[in-house]
Design a protein around this ligand. Sequence first.
Ligand SMILES: C[S@@+](CC[C@H](N)C(=O)[O-])C[C@H]1O[C@@H](n2cnc3c(N)ncnc32)[C@H](O)[C@@H]1O
Length: 332
Amino acid sequence: MTGNKIPGELADFGALTDLCTPWCIRVVATLRIADHIAAGTTTITTLAEEAGCDADFLLRVLRHLVGKGVFEEPVSGRFALNEAARNLLDPSQQLFLDLTGIGGRIASAWGSLLSAVRTGAPAYHELFGLPFWEDLQAHPEIAASFDALMGPPGHGTPDPEVLVTGDWQEVKTVVDVGGGTGALLAEILRARPEIYGTLVDLPRTVARAGSLLQAAGVGERVRMVGQSFFDPLPAGADLYLLKSILNDWPDREARLILGRCAQAAHPGGRVVILGGVSPDDRANPELLMMVLLRSKDRTLTEFRELAREAALEIQAAGRLPSGRFAVECRPM
Ligand SMILES: C[S@@+](CC[C@H](N)C(=O)[O-])C[C@H]1O[C@@H](n2cnc3c(N)ncnc32)[C@H](O)[C@@H]1O
């Protein structure tokens, strides 16, 4: 069962089957047409010149979008922003929609869905030559846009309240496992000056974290460790965080990551999972994760079993002030 259901009589089958509009939106996002219009360029010839594209084809794409309620054409061949088109000025939308970055990988990956459903395995490599994480490793510019999409430019500033119990007294050291470029750790350390942090992520991602941590004024309290979370983790911390990690991996790998946290935490330490576990009646189909990585959202019941196999016991589970569902575990 999933959370959001649209009654059948409200489903717009034409809109649901239209592939043209989503691609038109991504093309104008990639060409930054909304930014050019916001800067004062409105005629189709000048827009095409500034974007480096064909004026006639761009005109047809924009007119299609005008028909769908995105952009206006107040005078023939001149375009203006409307409320919907102004979304394209948002940097997080640009990261998600830009076909030259991770947005292009995500959009095109849907083309592998049939193969994935037929075989029960991701077919991302059929399109891009390599599985997802290896593809990012081979394409540093795509990896950089993925890190930006995961970080504040894409997903905003994370909420530092990550404990279901709200009980920070025992926490002096935090390891953010797969912590990206350090946005969550930065917010936790900013909110609690007595805490020290360790950021663990792949070397290429950790290498991008320095400026964010320095700008947050917490650089002196963070140790950065470029390593795989499948290897032994920095040991002895009070709290290990896994935010948006477990839903990237199938059971075998997820169990291994949890096991690394259980081994590294001291006996009274905690492992907190943010994202990837849902209340039993709210499991998310996570189709994008399935297509990219074969991974999935787990119900609390499924997760409890996986955690036990990794020598972790659930202590508390519930909604954080941000609304995110979180699970706190302790080593058994
Ligand atoms: C979905 S992102 C989540 C990032 C961050 N926790 C957040 O919530 O914004 C997954 C993270 O796992 C990292 N990652 C992937 N494979 C890894 C591995 N084998 N070892 C360490 N980190 C890895 C990626 O670089 C990325 O930063």
